[in-house]
Design a protein. Structure first.
Length: 430
């Protein structure tokens, strides 16, 4: 992962130093359990804990010769802790250490991502309340539809990120498992009580059936959830990008005093942060497919998943963390233009009231298809001739004979479109 899109907290989790520390914690926890059940002599765990230091370069040097990372790690620890360290890893297989540790890194990352989502929820809640009744046009297919409020847009994003928080919590729970079951997962050379002890010590759950690895459907679920969250990030970013277009300009990313928008055009203020989020979201989603493909391994294990996870583990989590923090900052500092929203709302000269006009005609006894065609014809004329729709309606006896002038005026008002905004907010912001 490149440093440009990385935050230190997540980078540290996926560092070699932290990875080996977790490996050591797994081995020490297993040694403690084996001592407890008199499988190995007492004092192994304490001496390893005291003298076993992580020396990344030494581990890599050993690995360059033995071509096996776990053996290199154990050799390095034994060099420091002495002869008692020979009791480490009794009855265990490499995957017991690798998979349990990988899950711990995912849990550590997931918990930070949850905090990131909390920041977004806090900002969205604040902004949604602020702009709860700020009128703007609702669009479908990119075309003006009917009036909504800007707060309603934001509270929609809020509810989506609430779902994302729940999804991520479930995904963290899904990968919070531990496997200390030995070769092909049969516990042939290690007591199942060791796994129970280690799981409790590391705040994980024993994997019910681990073959020789923890099944990768768990991890696929986790990375799929990261992909969904990235989709939500892009949804918000895309909306911001659209609303900042010159033809729309209902809001704008914060633009600092000394910031430059273009090397050629001094007037430019581009939504570069939101565009960046769109790109980062693509990257996070791209890791979902290889995670899904990791599910189908040969028999009780192979290592085709290993190279994939060495890439997607850090990259997906670090990238999403950066994207979530950036999104929170954009939402917090965005500049909103309510007057421009109202101007755009009025841009189509009342066409946004066509549905209620049609409905009133049907209530008066006119067939729906006939009412639809009548209103549609006036809407076309309003658009092509740049005339207010209400003026065309008031001059059509087919309409005025059925709908009073006072009722027509009420149809062409925004207030009714906002009558249930408080109801929606109460459902979401409980």
């Amino acid at each position: 992962m490149i440093s440009r899109y990385s935050r230190k907290e997540l980078v540290n989790i996926w560092s070699e130093e932290n990875k080996y520390k977790i490996w050591l914690n797994v081995e020490i926890a297993a040694a403690e359990a084996m001592e407890k059940y008199k499988i190995i002599p007492r004092g192994v765990a304490s001496i390893v804990k005291k003298k076993g230091k992580i020396k990344v370069k030494r581990i890599h040097d050993i690995e360059s010769k033995v071509k096996h990372d776990v053996i290199a790690f154990l050799t390095s620890i034994t060099e420091q802790a002495g002869i008692k360290a020979r009791y480490l890893h009794q009855g265990m297989t490499s995957s017991d250490v690798l998979d349990t540790s990988f899950n711990i890194q995912l849990v550590q990352s997931g918990n930070i991502l949850l905090k990131d989502i909390d920041k977004i929820l806090s900002v969205l809640k604040k902004q949604a309340k602020k702009y709860k009744m700020t009128p703007c046009i609702g669009r479908s297919h990119g075309i003006h539809a009917e009036p909504i409020t800007f707060g309603l847009k934001l509270v929609s994003f809020y509810e989506e990120f609430k779902r994302n928080k729940k999804r991520l919590k479930d995904a963290i729970e899904e990968v919070s498992t531990c496997a200390i079951s030995g070769a092909v997962g049969t516990f042939a050379n290690i007591d199942p009580k060791i796994e129970v002890y280690v799981s409790k010590r590391l705040k994980l759950k024993p994997e019910p059936v681990s073959t020789q690895i923890i099944p990768r459907d768990r991890h696929a679920h986790y990375f799929a959830i990261l992909g969904i969250i990235a989709g939500s990030v892009e949804r918000v970013a895309t909306e911001i990008r659209h609303l900042q277009r010159s033809e729309v300009y209902e809001l704008q990313e914060f633009f600092s005093k000394d910031q430059k928008g273009s090397s050629a055009m001094p007037h430019k203020k581009n939504p570069i942060l939101s565009e960046n989020l769109t790109g980062l979201a693509r990257m996070v989603r791209s890791y979902v497919v290889p995670a899904l493909e990791n599910i189908a391994l040969w028999h009780e294990r192979d290592i085709s998943h290993s190279s994939v996870e060495r890439n997607i583990g850090p990259d997906a989590n670090i990238t999403l963390d950066f994207a979530l923090v950036r999104l929170a900052g954009i939402l917090d500092k965005m500049i909103v233009y309510p007057k421009k929203m109202l101007e755009n709302l009025n841009f189509t000269k009342g066409l946004v009231f066509s549905q209620e006009l049609m409905l009133e005609l049907t209530k008066s006894g006119m067939q729906r298809e006939k009412a639809y065609r009548l209103v549609q014809d006036h809407a076309k004329s309003s658009f092509s001739k740049n005339i207010n729709l209400i003026d065309l309606v008031k001059n059509d006896k087919k309409i005025t004979e059925r709908i009073s002038d006072n009722k027509i005026k009420k149809i062409f008002t925004y207030s009714k479109h906002f009558k249930n905004i408080n109801y929606i907010f109460k459902r979401v912001l409980k």
